[in-house]
Design a protein around this ligand. Structure first.
Ligand SMILES: Nc1ncnc2c1ncn2[C@@H]1O[C@H](COP(=O)(O)OP(=O)(O)OP(=O)(O)O)[C@@H](O)[C@H]1O
Ligand SMILES: [Mg+2]
Length: 502
């Protein structure tokens, strides 16, 4: 039997809205099958149906030719289906080992043979090159390592079909290479993978077949070898996306933010800054290039008042900062698109409207008496406008942010932070998890803001993005600035080398 999975005519309705409409999908043994589609196209919903988190409104699922009613994730595990979610589901207060054996298939009674389990996990980890430290807490390991834990966990529980929902979004290039090696090893053994990613280059590199979804429907399934990025993009968004070319700015306005010889955790290679001096001016985009985890997180936090420098100083619009806290930075015209939207950016259980006005609830526009009485109707009207302008795909502005697709959650933050008319916009990985159309949109918005005189600090692990929109590039390595480049044709190779400390 060549076919491991067949999903037939799957639909899923939320209220009046169909997130999936009559979807047909087959996955063969030993293939990487990619799901491609815009933010909100219905990819995660379909996968949540497959692993029993949601029940389909209609449709059938066959595993190895047999019809199955998958009513829970535990049931999916029994059928050999494992999923690594877009937002990881590990228990932070537990160790790697405890997370992996959680829900163990072999546990009978109270006694578990921990040593035997450990050996089994170590063997798996060795076999697939899934390098993890079993006794560390989840909070102590990197995002890439957490992902390896999730994969190891799925394999330990017997997965024959592994669903990877945007596994590469937050990984460094080297980690992505490692992930691909693991994926290839798995399919070479006849296991199957459903892969979800917005990165066209990766999709073309790793897939055997690709199924494109648009607005909840299948547009088509193609063999990877017989297609290209352009064709896929137009299947995805229903039109052609022209190549973008932004003009680089050299003229500089007033300095909106300056770091003067800032140290923070200066002996840490990955989580600190060492003697950093830099400026951001009005009307320019300063791009921070570097492999993730070379001090970029701390830079973003220092320049938005989340952290205070241990020595050196931060100046905003020429004035030295005396109080380091985010709210005084916000009052000083600093906006922040944080790298972790779930922890710092959004309140998941609140509505789109409430998240959009989160920082303005005492402003006259939305309240009387500095927040005493909220102008609900004005808030809703404003939210409606933002939903239109930023193309946030939702059923209503009252929908909770948690129920939005990943990319659409990101658009809510962007709308809030970009519409507040800041002097300085600090954008950390602003297009992570966004589809190609939405990515283009964000870039256009940033250029538009720059042209209006906003100073922008762009932090991104995506080198192409840095090259495309930055007017000036600073390269970070181990908490230091390794070089500065500006002009129309920055030396790409030299910058790449600087990113590795050379
Ligand atoms: N529980 C829910 N209640 C209401 N609407 C929902 C719910 N879950 C998903 N949706 C809607 O279904 C649509 C599809 O969402 P889904 O998460 O499947 O998209 P996606 O293709 O994974 O997008 P992304 O690339 O942004 O992750 C979205 O418009 C989303 O708002
Ligand atoms: Mg998704």
């Amino acid at each position: 039997m060549d076919e491991l999975l067949r999903m037939e005519h799957i639909s899923k309705r939320f209220g009046d809205f169909y997130a999936n409409k009559k979807i047909d999908l087959t996955v063969k043994h030993g293939e990487v099958h990619t799901l491609l589609g815009e933010n909100g196209a219905g990819k995660s919903t379909l996968m949540n149906i497959l692993i029993g988190l949601y029940q389909p409104t209609e449709g059938k699922i066959f595993v190895n030719g047999k019809e199955e009613h998958i009513d829970s994730p535990a049931h999916a595990v029994k059928l050999g289906i494992g999923m690594v979610h877009q937002h990881f589901m590990l228990v932070e207060a537990m160790t790697v080992f405890e997370n992996i054996i959680l829900g163990d298939r072999n546990v009978s009674g109270l006694f578990i043979d921990r040593d035997a389990r450990r050996r089994e996990i170590e063997e798996l980890s060795e076999k697939y090159g899934l390098d993890v430290e079993l006794d560390k807490l989840i909070t102590e390991i990197s995002v890439g390592a957490q992902q390896r834990v999730e994969i190891l966990k799925a394999l330990y529980h017997g997965a024959e079909l592994l669903v990877l929902d945007e596994p590469s979004a937050a990984l460094t290039d080297i980690e992505v290479e490692g992930l691909f090696a693991i994926m290839r090893k798995l399919v070479s053994e006849g296991k199957s993978i459903i892969f979800i990613s917005h990165k066209m280059r990766e999709v073309l590199h790793i897939s055997d077949r690709i199924t494109v979804l648009r607005l909840g429907e299948v547009i088509g399934t193609v063999n990877c070898a017989e297609t290209d990025g352009k064709a896929l993009a137009s299947m995805m968004i229903g039109r052609e996306l022209s190549a973008s070319q932004y003009e680089k700015m050299e003229a500089k306005g007033e300095c909106v933010a300056e770091l003067k010889n800032v140290d923070y955790n200066k002996n840490s290679k990955h989580n600190g800054l060492n003697g950093v001096s830099m400026k951001v001016h009005r009307g320019e985009i300063v791009g921070i290039a570097g492999v993730d985890g070379n001090g970029q997180t701390q830079l973003a936090q220092l320049i938005t008042g989340v952290l205070a420098p241990q020595s050196g100083s931060v100046e905003l619009k020429g004035k030295s900062v005396s109080v380091y806290d985010p709210s005084s930075f916000i009052k000083n015209g600093v906006s922040h698109v944080p790298e972790d939207r779930n922890l710092q950016g959004l309140v998941g259980d609140m509505s789109i409207t409430d998240n959009l006005v989160l920082k303005a609830t005492t402003a006259e526009k939305f309240s009387r008496g500095k927040g005493l009485l909220l102008k609900k109707r004005d808030m809703a009207r404003y939210a409606g406008e933002m939903v239109g302008r930023y193309d946030i795909r939702c059923t209503s502005v009252e929908q909770t942010v948690r129920s939005l697709s990943g990319g659409n959650q990101q658009k809510v933050i962007l709308a809030r932070e970009m519409e507040s008319e800041p002097d300085l916009l600090v954008a950390a990985h602003p297009t992570r998890g966004l589809d190609i159309g939405a990515t283009r949109f964000v870039h256009d918005k940033m250029i538009e803001a720059r042209d209006k005189g906003v100073g922008i600090l762009l932090i991104s692990a995506d080198f192409d993005e840095i090259l495309e929109v930055s007017d000036r590039i600073l390269v970070f390595f181990e908490g230091r600035i390794m070089g500065e480049y500006s002009g129309k044709n920055p030396p790409v190779e030299e910058i790449s080398l600087a990113m590795t400390g050379k």
